[in-house]
Design a protein around this ligand. Structure first.
Ligand SMILES: [Ca+2]
Ligand SMILES: [Ca+2]
Ligand SMILES: [Ca+2]
Ligand SMILES: [Ca+2]
Length: 595
């Protein structure tokens, strides 16, 4: 009886799978001291890897994604580089066009407390050249360039080699354009517009703002926000400024989101109307004015929370929002870290995008703090960011917990109680290199890589919902790269319960675009936009992910088969017993007859 019970128990575990949300062990194993700094698929196996900082922020290491536990683990030998100074940012990208992922690392020297001039706090930038399976750590005394503050990753000249934008040591706005020679990048000044001093920390972004499929630049300055439109001939042309939100004492990191699910990128900015953020708000810039979404930060017990902003602290030194569709209804949700006071524990919360009943400055959507959505993770979380651990299109969450002195990563599994549909899409640089070794694919197939993280593409879809309404959504890939913005290298669109095909999916970059029609939901799509100027030749690789319903059906079917086998076995055994008995009776009868 015992083995049968065991089988049934296992089956029920598969069917009514565990709703445990804390998957730290499954996700990280014992490596929980790596602070997430950036995402990218370093080894080109289609599983996203995490760039983490260890050793008090002086070592950068790549935790490779796996499809078995632990889902993120150290490579053997470890993919890591050590620095003498504190690492401030990590920017993955292909900086030499060999189709393999490299990454930029910025470090900063702590300046003496009595020195307020920026001259002593140069940022040193190093490029770590990647070889697919190994790293070429650069020497600490040989940074490739110096700058002030952190850079923004973009592709200045649309050659799929990643370039950088920032402030040079003389205080000028500068592009650093990389080529295939792995030498010092070409310096190009940004000219033809305002020269206002840039905000530090900044929330610069590289994305298509005016819907021409050419990525533009959004720049945060000390006075206002600037928009520079991308153009084929002159690269970037100054367009206009957006005023800072009026009366805001603190301005957090802006993000671009399709808040109302109308296929429009809105500028969303967290602000505080007082110095210590007891009076926090989430604003959206639309039609020339700032709208207050009137987010209610008051808990049911009357505690009023505000954005956490603590100078010099990991992750909370700026107000950062991390975006993704948590409940797969199509509307982008937000993860933010809040606090009750400057001395209380901080806590990261889900801000769910919900319909606005009244108010919200005329906006049809607002955000509602879900106080318990990330249970059991509560006190002391300083950062939360979306990550798809199981490659199933459902965004889970990586959190960082701070217990007095220690920082520790934990993982939260998002268990939706319904079968939501999605589309997951990643646009690669499309570069390939015949000199590269073939890479082991996940299904044992060897293949060449098609490049890596690409900032700037715009991704949108149009479809008709089950209710017959048309729906248009838009997203930008990797628009930001500095100050732990932790953008994922792919886009996930939640489609709600709509199991229909998506009518049109559009990918646009470098002034070109391509439509794909009738896309099946629950597929993961990788777009290879090569050659850039001939969209008809752009390729898309599809990976279909079986939905939960199918998996449950398979499990149920297996269960039924198992049950039938057991019944057959039992009946068979009974029949044999009966036969035996009959034979015995027969033989008895025979003896009796013979007598
Ligand atoms: Ca990988
Ligand atoms: Ca490279
Ligand atoms: Ca370039
Ligand atoms: Ca949502």
């Amino acid at each position: 009886m015992l083995p049968h019970f065991h089988v049934l128990w296992t089956l029920s575990m598969i069917i009514f799978h565990c709703r445990c949300s804390d998957i730290t062990n499954v996700a990280f194993g014992t490596t929980t001291d790596g602070m997430p700094a950036a995402f990218g698929d370093f080894d080109s196996d289609e599983l996203t890897d995490v760039f983490v900082l260890r050793n008090y922020g002086k070592t950068v290491e790549i935790l490779l994604g796996h499809d078995e536990e632990p889902l993120l683990r150290r490579a053997k030998p470890p993919l890591q580089c050590n620095f003498t100074n504190l690492i401030t940012s990590v920017v993955p990208g292909d900086f030499d066009g060999d189709a393999l992922m490299d990454f930029a690392v910025t470090t900063i020297e702590k300046r003496p407390t009595n020195d307020n001039s920026h001259k002593t706090s140069y940022t040193s930038l190093y490029i770590i050249w990647g070889g697919g399976t190994y790293l070429n750590c650069s020497k600490n005394d040989e940074p490739i360039l110096h700058l002030i503050g952190q850079p923004l990753a973009l592709d200045y000249n649309q050659n799929m080699i990643i370039d950088l934008f920032g402030v040079d040591v003389d205080g000028n706005r500068t592009f650093w354009v990389f080529d295939s020679h792995r030498g010092a990048p070409k310096k190009i000044s940004m000219t033809g517009g305002p020269t206002t001093e840039l905000m530090k920390p900044h929330a610069h972004a590289f994305l298509d703002i005016n819907d021409d499929y050419m990525a533009d630049i959004f720049i945060t300055t000390k006075k206002d926000f600037e928009i520079w439109y991308g153009s084929e001939s002159q690269r970037f042309v100054y367009s206009h400024t957006i005023p800072h939100p009026p009366r805001a004492k603190k301005i957090g990191q802006s993000v671009f989101l399709d808040v109302e699910l109308l296929g429009r990128m809105d500028l969303v900015t967290p602000v505080c109307y007082d110095d210590n953020c007891r009076d926090s708000a989430l604003l959206v810039y639309h039609n020339g004015t700032w709208h207050n979404l009137e987010v209610n930060f008051k808990e049911t017990n009357d505690n009023v929370w505000g954005f956490s902003l603590r100078e010099g602290r990991k992750y909370t030194n700026v107000i950062t929002l991390h975006c993704g569709d948590f409940n797969m209804d199509g509307y982008p949700d937000i993860l933010a870290t809040l606090e009750l006071s400057q001395t209380s524990d901080t806590q990261s919360f889900l801000l769910e995008n919900i319909a606005c009943e009244s108010g919200c400055d005329g906006f049809s959507r607002t955000y509602q703090v879900q106080w318990n959505a990330l249970q059991p993770f509560k006190n002391g979380t300083v950062m939360a960011v979306f990550f798809d651990f199981y490659q199933d299109g459902i965004l889970d969450v990586i959190l960082v917990e701070n217990n007095i002195t220690e920082y520790k990563t934990v993982a939260f599994k998002n268990s939706l109680d319904y079968d939501a549909n999605f589309i997951k899409l990643m646009v690669l640089t499309g570069l390939s290199n015949n000199n590269n070794h073939m890479i082991d694919g996940r299904v044992g197939k060897k293949r060449r890589t098609y490049g890596t993280n690409l900032p700037g593409p715009s991704i949108s879809y149009r479809t008709t919902t089950q209710e017959g309404n048309s729906r248009h959504a838009i997203s930008a890939q990797l628009p930001q790269s500095a100050h732990f913005s932790l953008n994922l290298p792919y886009t996930i669109f939640g489609l709600g319960r709509t199991p229909n095909f998506v009518d049109t999916l559009t990918v646009g970059l470098s002034n070109y675009s391509k439509d794909w029609t009738q896309i099946i939901p629950n597929c993961q799509m990788v777009v290879i936009p090569m050659p850039t100027s001939q969209p008809s030749k752009w390729k898309a690789q599809l990976f279909v992910t079986p939905s939960k319903v199918i998996l449950t059906s398979v499990a149920a079917l297996t269960g039924v088969c198992g049950l039938i086998t057991i019944i057959i076995g039992v009946l068979h055994w009974k029949e044999r017993q009966e036969d035996k008995r009959e034979r015995l009776q027969e033989s008895h009868r025979f003896h009796f007859d013979a007598m």
